[in-house]
Design a protein around this ligand. Structure first.
Ligand code: TNX
Length: 513
């Protein structure tokens, strides 16, 4: 009955509205509010991007927009100060507002009129999110990197929008397989297109240590040399990492670095014998088993090592978080594990960062405000809440992008579940785990573990089309989310995905058109 009612409503609203209405465009994530109006705006070579404030940040957002529009339109749209003389018509106007109407920094209002496009927000971040909406309102050809000879029309209407959760992210495991700076930048662009705002980098694991630590150079020269499958690994110099952080910042995305400990540390243990309790290094590991390695909890050197690692990474990480891993420490006793996490917690605090850890960390004496990333154990999530931690939702049965879509998927694992596009979308973070409610949750993150994922084409296959759904779960109000309607909007991305040249999974669950 629910579905029948929904379909009736969908059809009746369709019959009163025209194909050309803004509310009929296939925006993902769906905005909080859309008001239709008659008409359309045409972007032409004479369009200018006008900014009212003389502020470096807005100017950089305006430049981003101009650069984004260039390849497909062939237009070199100038960024100018908004003055009487040039605010005639045909322009895109970006403005900051102190209005209390804006719920938070990412909120924006986008109004498309025949004469001009007005985008307003309380911060440059809000403007950036609004630009992603504008992007999706333009014809799919805007995603092309060669000049397309078409009319660049945008349907009139007004959108008021803001996110439901402040943390909307994805993880990339660069340890099991290494991904170049260019590939990470590509990943950042995927997240930004759907208004995600956190990039979690899993920088170390048994198979590889991927970030230069100046005081411990063998971590990368030895620990970074291989990857799963015994192929050549790689690592980011601190300069590379800064470049990634800067690129993320340009897309209003915060980088969350993770150094996984005390388990998942074979690469570090293989690099320095003295980090092992018996002073002997294990071999480098290039398989995909988990849970066999542990730092030596009893040695003081272990904490000096961690202090150096966290100190150096914190110094080049402007974002507020440091992820300490803490998962699957099956080679560490419970007692040692809790002692270890308690000590590491103090080190992270000393460097002024906020702790995130996989849900197991709740067994230690975690302090209020720590973020526990729920991936497997509901019991851990609930216990973390009782210790006043916040919960980041990454349920492996729903949100793991390394899971196969079905048993025929050529890539991925399936220990948690097969996750078809509807399974990935059709759940709600605030009613998944009994006792964990919206107020406990900071947001959602979709991890991509890379045991079977080797390059950016593989990444695209696992991420598309699930990622836009995770982005919508994090951004859009629950009341507007419905798989039957979402799948239609997703299906309408077909042409855009093709033009973006994405190696996406053409799921039979989605009516591609
Ligand atoms: C479990 S999820 C892990 C990872 C693996 C992943 C593969 C988690 C916190 N730990 O080490 O890569 O499964 O799906």
């Amino acid at each position: 009955f629910g579905l029948a009612l929904f379909l009736t409503l969908a059809f009746s609203s369709r019959s009163n509205s025209s194909e050309n209405d803004m509310s009929q465009t296939s925006l993902i994530p769906i905005p909080v509010q859309i008001e239709d109006s008659e008409g359309s705006f045409e972007l032409t070579s004479r369009t200018a991007i006008l900014i009212s404030e003389n502020e470096a940040e807005i100017e950089s957002v305006a430049n981003y927009l101009s650069e984004f529009l260039k390849p497909a339109t062939g237009f070199d749209l100038p960024v100018k100060q908004n003055s009487e003389e040039n605010s005639r018509s045909g322009n895109i106007i970006l403005a900051l507002s102190k209005d209390s109407e804006f719920q938070n920094e990412e909120a924006y209002i986008l109004e498309v009129l025949d004469e001009n496009v007005h985008l307003e927000a309380s911060s440059s971040e809000g403007l950036f999110r609004g630009i992603q909406t504008l992007r999706q309102l333009l014809p799919a050809e805007i995603e092309s990197n060669t000049v397309q000879d078409i009319k660049w029309n945008i349907t009139s209407g007004k959108i008021k929008d803001h996110p439901q959760y402040s943390y909307r992210g994805a993880m990339l495991d660069v340890s099991r397989h290494f991904f170049s700076v260019e590939e990470v930048k590509q990943y950042i662009e995927f997240l930004a297109a759907y208004k995600m705002n956190k990039l979690h980098l899993h920088l170390s694991d048994d198979q590889g240590w991927r970030i230069e630590i100046k005081k411990w150079p063998k971590l990368t020269s030895i620990g970074g040399s291989k990857e799963v499958g015994d192929t050549e690994g790689g690592f980011y110099t601190q300069e590379d990492y800064k470049e990634i952080v800067k690129y993320a910042q340009k897309h209003y995305i915060i980088v969350v670095p993770e150094i996984d400990m005390p388990g998942h540390t074979n690469a570090a243990l293989a690099s320095y014998p003295e980090l092992n309790c018996d002073d002997k290094s294990p071999e480098l590991y290039t398989g995909i088993e988990v849970g066999f390695s542990s730092l030596c909890v009893d040695k003081e050197l272990t904490y000096e090592f961690i202090d150096d690692v966290i100190g150096e990474i914190a110094a080049i990480t402007p974002g507020p978080y440091f992820h300490i891993g803490g998962d699957e420490s099956h080679a560490t006793s419970k007692e040692d594990y809790n002692y270890f996490i308690n000590r590491v917690q103090k080190i992270v605090k000393k460097y002024g960062k906020k702790i995130i850890g996989w849900d197991e960390i709740q067994t230690a004496a975690i302090e209020e405000g720590v973020i526990a990333q729920f991936w497997a154990s509901e019991e851990n999530a609930v216990a973390a809440k009782k210790k006043k931690a916040k919960i980041l939702m990454s349920p492996s049965k729903r949100a793991y992008m390394d899971m196969q879509y079905d048993s025929l998927s050529p890539l991925g694992l399936h220990w948690a579940a097969y996750i078809e596009v509807d399974d990935a979308y059709d759940w709600n973070p605030s009613n998944l785990v009994p006792e964990i409610t919206k107020d406990d949750i900071v947001g959602i993150e979709a991890p991509l573990w890379t045991e079977t994922i080797e390059d950016i084409e593989d990444v695209e296959y696992m991420v598309f089309p699930r990622l836009p759904g995770y982005a919508e779960i994090g951004w859009s109000p629950d009341s507007l989310r419905n798989w039957e309607e979402y799948k239609i909007r997703l299906g309408k991305q077909y042409k855009r995905f093709k033009i973006m040249d994405l190696n996406f999974y053409e799921s039979p669950k989605v009516p591609w058109e």
